[in-house]
Design a protein around this ligand. Structure first.
Ligand code: SER
Length: 351
């Protein structure tokens, strides 16, 4: 019966939270390289009209809706889940319990979906999960400076609900991947959980919403658009960043790595580390008249202070050949500045 049912179902990749900036980047990349006609997306807000034609189906829905999760199980054979849906760190601090429901219960629902799918397939379901530098919590600026690039297992004392949620979900992924294997009379792997911890992400096309690393993308987009910008962290605030093409590259690389190469389920990835002042200086090279002021917001600035100055991504480099395409010069000169300039120059004018 089971194999008959699986034959009837269309084989797909499911992307949750697809209307966010990583989702857009991933769909655009898949569509341009290998096609996204097997991609089904799930997002509370649907998918921007410009992208709808690129994917197989857009489901407007909530990852907390168990009926919807069951429908997905009945209708599709899901071989990969890219679970992007989450409330980011600043947003989550305004309503931590809601964040917990979305970020943790939502992830449990998707992990359970993967486990159920795994029962009907010969191969385990791949579960690709973006975690974050928010899982780290450095106690003070002196320790942050002394720690330098932190390894995956160090300083795991998140100060935000989002960071707590991401760290816990990393553990849940590892738990679900092993738990059912141990319980089963005929052990088989149903879930192949793989996670990258992202630094602050910067896209030339979209702005993040509700994150705390947003000061960098906001500053860059404001300068190109000719708007003044007031930065919510101090000039010395420093964390690692990565441009969107590298974020997409890391998701695809970890998804495609042979299971035998992966010594861990969670890997740091990084692009370059910059202070807010250095971001402003880079922006002023191209836009000398940019108006950038610094008026730190106490709570947002303290979140950035608790994040590491950089992360050590040597395990990803060793195990699955990770290396970013974009250092800081290439990120600004070949991606951010020209692409954002082009975007604002060609955007339809409001009447
Ligand atoms: N960009 C995320 C945030 O600021 C951190 O990973 O919440």
């Amino acid at each position: 019966m089971i194999s008959k049912r699986s034959n009837l179902r269309e084989r797909i990749t499911l992307i949750t939270g697809a209307n966010g900036e990583v989702g857009h980047g991933l769909i655009q990349h898949l569509s341009a390289t290998r096609g996204a006609s097997n991609v089904v997306v799930l997002d509370l807000r649907g998918l921007d009209e410009s992208m709808r034609g690129l994917v197989n189906r857009v489901i407007v829905g909530d990852i907390l809706d168990n009926e919807l999760i069951n429908l997905l199980l009945n209708e599709y054979e899901i071989d990969t889940i890219v679970h992007l849906a989450a409330l980011l760190s600043t947003h989550s601090e305004f309503n931590p319990e809601t964040a917990h429901r979305v970020n943790v219960q939502g992830t449990v629902n998707l992990l359970k979906l993967a486990i159920e799918q795994g029962k009907t397939r010969a191969a385990p379901v791949k579960f690709i999960f973006p975690s974050s530098i928010a899982v780290y919590g450095l106690p003070d600026l002196a320790e942050k400076a002394a720690a330098g690039a932190v390894r995956e297992e160090d300083y795991l004392y998140p100060t935000t609900m989002y960071g707590c949620n991401k760290l816990y979900c990393e553990h849940l992924g590892r738990y679900y991947a092993h738990h059912y294997q141990q319980l089963s009379a005929t052990p088989s792997v149903r879930l192949d959980f793989r996670c990258v911890r992202f630094p602050g992400l910067i896209s030339a096309y979209t702005m993040p919403t509700g994150g705390t690393s947003d000061f960098a993308p906001e500053m860059i987009h404001a300068a190109v658009e000719g708007r003044p910008y007031t930065c919510f962290v101090g000039e010395d605030a420093q964390i690692p960043f990565m441009v969107m093409p590298d974020a997409i590259k890391s998701l695809l690389m970890i998804a495609e790595a042979p299971a035998s190469a992966l010594r861990h389920s969670v890997y740091n990835v990084s692009g370059f580390s910059l202070s807010a002042r250095q971001v402003a200086d880079r922006v002023r090279r191209d836009f000398p008249d940019a108006h950038i002021a610094f008026e730190p917001d106490k709570s947002r600035a303290s979140i950035v202070s608790s994040w590491p100055v950089d992360v050590d991504d040597s395990a990803a480099r060793q195990d699955w050949g990770w290396s970013p395409e974009y250092d800081v010069d290439r990120a600004f000169d070949e991606y951010l500045i020209p692409v954002i300039k082009d975007y604002y120059a060609n955007r339809p004018k409001a009447n």
